[in-house]
Design a protein around this ligand. Structure first.
Ligand SMILES: [Zn+2]
Length: 327
């Protein structure tokens, strides 16, 4: 087996999260795990760091995407036609900037957010969706991978599907050494969010928070010896970090349940109380998280929703009038 070497490279991003960490893997195939956002600074930084490690962009034989977000996939256009671009099939609708799917997103989010009580116009939605592609690539996958898949040239690594932060999210796990490329599932210095995505035409909404909690528990069970994340420091103590993350999620959900035991509210009203300082500037992220907590509470039967005129209202099950809490 070829001597395997993993070289982390910090690439700047225009996003609040800061640098993205992409990994040069010197295995049977010269592989890059993620590539950085579509900015001049990121392209220069990536080229320079590759050169410092004796490689050029044109030497990269394959790029594996942990997920489709622009800070991870935006530089795909730098690589030649011969470079394999590998990821979960759900990357494709974003990284190709598929017009039909963009229109589908606008339609879906206008309806969903209006339903959730957010005062929002079609123009707001159009702008938000457009902005989300600002640093994105325009490139197709050449190979898709799913749960349990193997990747040529990356000996001993197995693909795990870990949706939640993104529906396209995968991890690569090396069972023998216990190492894992874990993307944005769990970060040491910041908490990543489950983010709402529009479903394909004709299918229902997914629940990213439910997926996220499941993926986090899976990470806990696997307990990699080292997790190589998409941002921040390497994780060598995965279980305590996953525990803290799940506990924080649980506390927020309990707080939402408490709110709803006192008052019937729209998701937007819950969001404003949960994130009073940031909900206006980060409406999409904070609404994603709020709806996520409501999904978790609804799935366990502690919250129900009902339609009131054009808006969905949420209330706790088992308030004073309905007797003991039924969980
Ligand atoms: Zn991400």
């Amino acid at each position: 087996m070829a001597a395997r070497e993993i070289i982390p490279m910090r690439v700047p991003t225009p996003f609040a999260v800061g640098d993205v960490i992409v990994y040069l893997v010197k295995d049977e195939a010269l592989t890059l795990i993620d590539c950085g956002p579509n900015t001049k600074e990121a392209a220069e930084s990536l080229s320079r760091q590759l050169a410092e490690n004796g490689a050029a962009i044109s030497d990269i034989e394959q790029v594996v995407l942990t997920h489709h977000h622009a800070d991870h996939s935006g530089l795909l256009h730098l690589f030649s036609e011969q470079t394999e671009i590998i990821g979960h099939p759900l990357n494709e609708r974003y990284i190709t900037q598929d017009k039909l799917y963009m229109a589908q997103q606008e339609h879906f989010f206008l309806r969903l957010l209006t339903d959730m009580g957010v005062p929002i116009t079609p123009e707001d939605i159009h702008k938000t969706i457009k902005m989300s592609y600002l640093f994105s690539a325009k490139r197709s996958l050449t190979k898709t991978v799913r749960e349990n898949g193997k990747i040529d040239g990356l000996d001993g690594w197995t693909v795990l599907e870990i949706p939640g932060h993104a529906a396209s999210h995968i991890a690569l796990f090396h069972e023998e050494s216990g190492k894992m490329f874990s993307g944005d599932l769990l970060l040491s210095n910041s908490s990543t969010n489950p983010i709402l995505e529009a479903p394909e035409q004709g299918s229902g909404r997914t629940s990213p928070m439910l997926d996220y909690v499941k993926s986090m528990k899976r990470l806990y069970d696997i307990n990699p010896s080292i997790a190589y994340p998409g941002h921040g420091d390497l994780l060598t103590q995965v279980r305590p970090a996953a525990d803290r993350r799940l506990e924080k999620q649980r506390n927020r959900a309990e707080y939402v349940l408490h709110m709803l035991s006192e008052e019937t509210l729209t998701a937007y009203q819950v969001c404003r109380r949960l994130f009073p300082a940031v909900y206006e500037n980060e409406l999409f992220l904070t609404m994603s998280e709020t709806i996520g907590h409501l999904d978790v509470l609804a799935a366990e039967g502690s919250v129900v929703s009902f339609q009131s005129e054009n808006t969905l209202m949420f209330k706790a099950v088992g308030g004073e009038e309905s007797g003991p809490i039924n969980r």
